[in-house]
Design a protein around this ligand. Structure first.
Ligand code: MF3
Ligand code: CO
Ligand code: CO
Length: 270
């Protein structure tokens, strides 16, 4: 029997998980990451994002997991696929990828009640220097955030590490969407901001599980949500990129649950 009541919650409402819980998160995270590894060969010019989602839906099932997004607040797909100036929550469709399109693919699976949530960037066809740089800075910003994860640091330290890195490259961090606690639920406290002041926010403790998923724009940070009530785009139509890992705080640092089994987190091309 799994004891649903084991562990405690901080005064900020953040659940503290137990030693045995990391293994469940690793299993779920590895499946989500494996699916993103497999997706690479399905991304090409002329391919539709709907066909990529069909493949993801099939693999989620074949690997013995459940999609966390199908049925979530009415969402009907196994992934979010966000192309070019789409910031996040792009809905898979019959629209074909064009040469030079960049896209984020975000998959969340549930395995034995544990959630694994991860996303990466892909490219269809030829990559321009500008988009390559956007994706590299976004990836490296996520890793700077992850490097700030250890007991005694704060969530503000994570946000500050990401924001200062991104802005030093004259790009902008999206404020309208954030990372989130996860574990036995999809979205839990805290909101993991990708900007902020060093030393602000709740203190990190061993046993906290959450995502870090910075969205970075080449232009301004403002976004708007389209009439479909999901698709978030940059207001200035500038290109946007995102990478996401699910992580846990350990006694002396961080455990990344969604590492790529094939070592393909970034870059996924070339
Ligand atoms: N996986 C997304 C996240 O990183 C959430 C997608 S919710 C959906 O939190 F309904 F849009 F799929
Ligand atoms: Co997430
Ligand atoms: Co996600």
């Amino acid at each position: 029997m799994i004891d649903e009541t084991s562990g405690r919650t901080t005064r900020d409402g953040i659940r503290i998980y137990q030693d045995g819980d990391y293994a469940g998160m690793h299993k779920a995270g590895a499946v989500a990451a494996q699916i993103l590894d497999e997706v690479t060969e399905h991304v090409f010019v002329g391919q539709t994002t709907g066909a990529i989602d069909d493949f993801i839906r099939k693999r989620v099932e074949e690997l013995g997991t459940t999609s966390a997004t199908i049925g979530y607040k009415g969402y009907q797909h196994a992934s979010c696929i966000s192309v070019n100036h789409v910031v996040c929550h792009g809905i898979p469709s019959d629209k074909k990828l064009k040469d030079g399109d960049i896209l984020n693919i975000d998959v969340t699976v549930i395995l034995d009640g544990w959630f694994g949530d991860t996303s990466r960037m892909y490219v269809a066809g030829k990559l321009s220097r500008k988009t390559e740089r956007l994706m590299q800075v976004t990836h490296d910003a996520l890793m700077k955030g992850i490097e700030a994860v250890k007991p005694g640091n704060t969530f503000g330290d994570i946000g500050h590490a990401i924001q200062s890195y991104v802005e030093s490259h004259r790009m902008s961090v999206v404020r309208d969407f954030c990372g989130h606690g996860l574990g036995r639920v999809f979205h839990a406290p805290p909101n993991v901001l990708h900007y902020g002041r060093a030393g602000s926010g709740p203190v990190l403790e061993e046993g906290m599980f959450f995502t870090i998923e910075p969205m970075v724009n080449l232009g301004r940070p403002e976004t708007k949500v389209l009439a479909d009530e999901w698709t978030a785009v940059t207001r200035d139509k500038s290109l946007s990129a995102q990478f996401e890992h699910s992580v846990g705080v350990t006694a002396d640092g961080v455990d990344i649950f969604t590492l790529s089994p094939a070592g393909k987190f970034h870059p996924t091309y070339g």
